[in-house]
Write a protein that binds this ligand. Structure first.
Ligand code: ZN
Length: 287
């Protein structure tokens, strides 16, 4: 069975259950991530949150996330992701927030998201899907770009309403925080960005990835993996979400054109860091 949210600012989550297609284990795919452009809303942009409010909101929501999700109990791996994130954050055009990066222990969950204020979470299931550090970095760079692009003020206001956000920012309403946390982690999944935001996060994310010393082609490689994974879950054309979202091919084509603007890595350096990733991440997660 596939459950797809019907939120007006739709972002899809598919939750295949055992027995569907080739899936032997439940795998949650939050397609908002890179595969699909989340929201179809084409309205006027607005950002009503100040940086201070974003940070306050992100702080509160991150505490709620960590009450609900289990962080990976592996300091070395947490440090690896934090270091990868720091490298990317240093290349971000937005420096008025302090980015933090944590791994959630959920091997079946292919997901990552950033909260306002720069709080980012990566699921261990997504890390297992990556073959090298640059692919992981490409997802993180895309998420940093949402923060750098000030996307949360608009998207979260549309998703949750101004009053709910303000009550959380002011620390007045624990229930509101619980509602928001549940929705972010529930079937609706993560943030509901507009298509425009997703395009911007792709462009800016690839730039951050390159500036941080990674091969920008990794973003395309990971997107290809998401497409494959989607096919394994029953074929993308069978998913209702494809009826209401821009074709993935459209995003791939845009990124294929974009990647040509970047120089090839110098001889002897592929900018992927596969060996380091295998040793410090994949071998550890398999244990
Ligand atoms: Zn996105």
């Amino acid at each position: 069975m596939l459950v797809v949210s019907n939120h007006s600012l739709d972002c899809a989550v598919e939750r295949p259950t055992a027995g569907r297609g080739r899936a032997t284990k439940p795998v949650v795919l939050v397609l908002c991530l890179m595969l699909l452009g989340c929201s179809t809303y084409q309205g006027v942009r607005f950002n009503i949150l100040s940086t201070e409010e974003e940070i306050r909101l992100g702080q509160q929501v991150s505490e709620e996330i960590e009450r609900r999700e289990e962080l990976l109990d592996n300091p070395a791996l947490q440090a690896y992701v934090a270091e990868t994130g720091r490298r990317l954050a240093d290349a971000s055009p937005r420096q008025d927030v302090q980015y933090t990066f944590k791994v959630i222990d959920s091997p079946e969950n292919i997901n990552a998201f950033a909260l306002p204020g720069g709080y980012m979470y990566v699921y261990s299931g997504l890390m297992k899907l990556c073959d090298n550090e640059a692919e992981l970095a490409s997802v993180m760079a895309h998420e940093i770009a949402h923060v750098a692009g000030h996307h949360h003020g608009e998207s979260m206001t549309r998703q949750f309403g101004y009053n709910l956000l303000m009550s959380i920012i002011l620390g007045e309403d624990a229930n509101a925080l619980a509602v928001l946390g549940a929705e972010l982690l529930g079937t609706a999944g993560a943030m509901h960005y507009s298509r425009g935001h997703e395009r911007e996060a792709d462009y800016l994310g690839m730039d951050i990835l390159f500036r941080a010393g990674y091969n920008p082609e990794a973003m395309l490689r990971f997107l290809g993996k998401m497409i494959d994974e989607d096919s394994k879950q029953g074929g993308r054309r069978s998913l209702p979400i494809f009826a209401s979202h821009p074709p993935t091919e459209e995003r791939v084509q845009r990124l294929e054109t974009l990647v040509l603007q970047y120089p090839q890595p110098p001889p002897g350096a592929d900018g992927l860091y596969a060996e380091r990733y295998r040793r410090e991440v994949l071998d550890v997660l398999k244990k």
